[in-house]
Every structure is written in structure tokens, then in C-alpha cells.
Design a protein around this ligand. Structure first.
Ligand SMILES: Cc1cc2nc3c(=O)[nH]c(=O)nc-3n(C[C@H](O)[C@H](O)[C@H](O)COP(=O)(O)O)c2cc1C
Length: 218
């Protein structure tokens, strides 16, 4: 069993959070959730917090307990970073992608990412309108993440269609599960819908299963 920290951002695809949690739970993982303020618009906190595999659901306010800081108090984003074997951000909206790329850390989820130990994997499943996905800004932000994590010189030329392969080759600890093309919630048809839940769960499995196998007693 792996400890999976799931970050949920303010894409309409956040309504699929219960499906994702159910799928990860069925795979035997222990799950903590971190929701951005915008994600809370799409997710029923009560519902997800009662799901079997979920051990905690966090939101930004949890980082700032009433009463102020006292020396020795726990720092939530560091505790979550230390707890998790893997971070999954699904859906990853355009705004949080930009923050990750720029190193901004003004909420719980972006602090976790900023403080992440990249010996452990991060799975990113972007979801946004087609125009947002195809904007040069998106490629610029993905390129920044790639460059920051590249083990070898990142290729100068790659396209969004090759994003998963490019990350796998040059920044293997950062797993991009690319969006898919379909009719989006806004009515537009095109690339940008979050990947299928199975694709995200499989990406987690690809990382966690070998670790679990190697941890089994001989
Ligand atoms: C109904 C609705 C649906 C949205 N869907 C998306 C989306 O799929 N992808 C995206 O990048 N932004 C989407 N947004 C915009 C984000 O919610 C907005 O940029 C927000 O500031 C993101 O904050 P966060 O990254 O902290 O969650 C949507 C907004 C609304 C109101």
C-alpha cells in the first residue's frame, strides 16, 4: 500500500475526484486530499472525506490554525510532503500549472509542490479549455517544469502532442498524463479534458508497484 497525496485544483474535472479516489482506493492506496479554494466549488468535502481509503482532506485554512503559531507547531505542507510516497495533481488547472512552473507557493497545494522531494514522483493530469491547453503559455510552463527537473538536457523542440514521452524521457519523476480530446464541459470540442481515471491510476501504479514489490519480505 502506498500513501498517495491527491491535489485537486479548480477545473471542472474536479467533479471526477470521487471516481479518482475510488479507483486509487481500490488499488489499495491510502489517500490524503488537498483541495485549492477553487476546487472546493466542485467537490463535496463531506462526500470525499467519508470515502474508505481517505484518511484526511485538507484545504488552505488548515495551514493557518486559529490561535497563531507557537514554536514547535507542525507545518502542514511539510508534514504532507513527508507523509506521501507520491503526489498526484488531478485535475491540474492552468492557474496551478503556472504557479508550479514559476515557483509560486501561495496556498497549501503549491507549498507542497514547492517543498517536494523529487526522489518521489509527481503525477500531473492537466485539464483545461482547448484554447488554454494550446496556448503558448501552457507549453512555456510545461517546458519550465521539464527544464527544472531534467536529468539530461531537455530537447529544445517538442510539441504538446509529445509531452508525456518528453517528460518520461527527460524528467521521469514528473509524470505527465496528457489531456484528451472530447466535448468539454463548456461545450467546446477539442483537446483539454482530463485524462481518463484509469490512465491516472495506471501512472500511479507504474511507480508504486515496483516499490511495493521490492519492499515485500523475501
Ligand atoms: C465553472 C468553472 C470551470 C473551470 N474549469 C477550468 C478548467 O477546466 N481548467 C482551468 O484551467 N481552469 C478552469 N477554471 C478556472 C479556475 O477555476 C481558476 O483559474 C482558478 O483561479 C484556479 O485556481 P486554483 O488553481 O487555485 O484551483 C474554471 C472556472 C470555473 C468557474
Amino acid at each position: 500500500m502506498s500513501r498517495v497525496l491527491v491535489g485537486i485544483t479548480g477545473s471542472v474535472a474536479a467533479i471526477r475526484a470521487p471516481e479518482l479516489v475510488a479507483s486509487l482506493g481500490a488499488a489499495g492506496h491510502e489517500i490524503k486530499l488537498v483541495l485549492t479554494e477553487s476546487a472546493r466549488y466542485f467537490v463535496d468535502l463531506m462526500n470525499v472525506s467519508q470515502m474508505a481509503a481517505v484518511v484526511a482532506v485538507h484545504q488552505d485554512a488548515d495551514e493557518w490554525p486559529v490561535g497563531g503559531y507557537t514554536r514547535g507547531d507542525r507545518v502542514l505542507h511539510i508534514d504532507l510532503r513527508s507523509w506521501a510516497d507520491i503526489l498526484v495533481v488531478a485535475p491540474l488547472d492552468a492557474h496551478t500549472l503556472a504557479k508550479f512552473a514559476l515557483g509560486l507557493s501561495d496556498n497549501l497545494l503549491s507549498c507542497v509542490f514547492r517543498a517536494w522531494d523529487f526522489d518521489r514522483p509527481v503525477v500531473l493530469a492537466p485539464a483545461m479549455n482547448t484554447r488554454m491547453w494550446e496556448s503558448p503559455v501552457t507549453r512555456r510552463h510545461l517546458a519550465q517544469l521539464l527544464e527544472d527537473r531534467s536529468l539530461s538536457a531537455a530537447p529544445a523542440c517538442w510539441t504538446l502532442a509529445e509531452v508525456a514521452e518528453t517528460f518520461a524521457c527527460h524528467a521521469p519523476s514528473l509524470v505527465l498524463v496528457p489531456p484528451q480530446s472530447k466535448k468539454l464541459a463548456c461545450g467546446d470540442v477539442g483537446m483539454g479534458a482530463m485524462a481518463e481515471i484509469d490512465s491516472i491510476t495506471n501512472a500511479v501504479w507504474n511507480w508504486t508497484q515496483p516499490l511495493e514489490d521490492s519492499a515485500e519480505p523475501a
